[in-house]
Design a protein around this ligand. Sequence first.
Ligand code: PLP
Length: 418
Amino acid sequence: MPNFSLPDEVFQQAAAQFPTPFHLYHEEGIRTRARTLNKAFSWCRDYQEYYAVKALPNPSILRILKEEGCGVDCSSETELMLAEALGFSGRDIMFSANAMPNEEFDHARRLNGFVNLDDISHIDILREHGGIPETVCCRYNPGGDFRIGTFVMGNPGEAKYGFTHDQLLEGLKKLRDLGAKRFGLHAFLSSNTIDNAYYPTLAGILFRTAVEMAEKTGLEIAFVNLSGGIGIPYHPDQEAPDVLRIGEEVRKVYHDIFGDCGPAIKTELGRWMTGPEGWLVTHATHHKDTYRHYIGLDACAANLMRPAMYGAYHHITVVGKRNAPLDHVYDVTGSLCENNDKFAIERPLPEISEGDLVLIHDSGAHGYSMGYNYNGRLRSAEILYQSDGTFRMIRRAETPRDYFATLDLDPCASQLGL
Ligand SMILES: *Cc1c(COP(=O)(O)O)cnc(C)c1O
């Protein structure tokens, strides 16, 4: 069930103060989630959440999470810059590498953050770019099928990430010979998983692999990083994962393998932490009746790409019509010249009139941040509904000036009035 914790009046007040579309984020909801997560893992010495910056890269949000004791998981130079500017450093930064420019390792090392290597070839790159630290993390890809119980969740072997088992052993030996003393082990095997068994299953794989690697290399296990992937109930039929229970189940697995004293645990949740605490607030601006019934919004896939990109379900409600019967069936669309620019397809909804305030739920992670400028559409503002009940614009909407900022305007600058 999506998050219905904010009453319609809050969205009405916000829309009276700021032009739509915008993403609205709920500070108190985000704080509550951070506290719940910290509580779930409070049994573990040195537990820390590293919020995945890419999910919602806004400094005001990152500062809230910092106040709640979270670190940041960064995967690019600009995310590192944001982290640095907010005063994250050292053990509060996880840098998850991929096929990125090698110089980004230098930046992560300069901030003294943890580096999470994605591939055995990264060892030589890190050696040249910042040097091998005493504690280094490696991302593991066990290949094969990833099962929770008997259910196959996916095939990690098809994913581009991580070291194979043999590479992990070889890589850790090499890191040891280059001066590393301790290692972290990371894996991300299933995305947006609402099954409470995901983390405990993953933890079992990582704990056992870490023990094996420690025995074979003589390195100490510094931490196990369970990464992101805990999902949220986008659909009303889905139940939210129970993070307190998940923490307790991970504790049992930990206890079986390490007893009372073992490595630290890290997580890198993005979606679970902020996803349900964001809404894309829009107005219905058009309706059209042809072979189907269409509602056109003032937002489009440039503001929230997940439905267009993955066919992802985002729940939609109409302000003031929460309890109205769902007796109309609409395709809810944006303005892009792409037929996949639909927030919903053949969705039962209450009757929608032009001017209605329409909420697209669960936009608080991988929402704004996946935005783009196709069709010359501009990205929207981000508004924070603060704990004191007031609203604050934490990112303004783009203007045409932003859209043109990177162009060589030589041929037409004066005509554009810039
Ligand atoms: C995207 C990502 C996350 C966060 O994933 P969620 O699904 O938002 O929890 C965490 N760690 C890494 C390395 C990622 O790439």
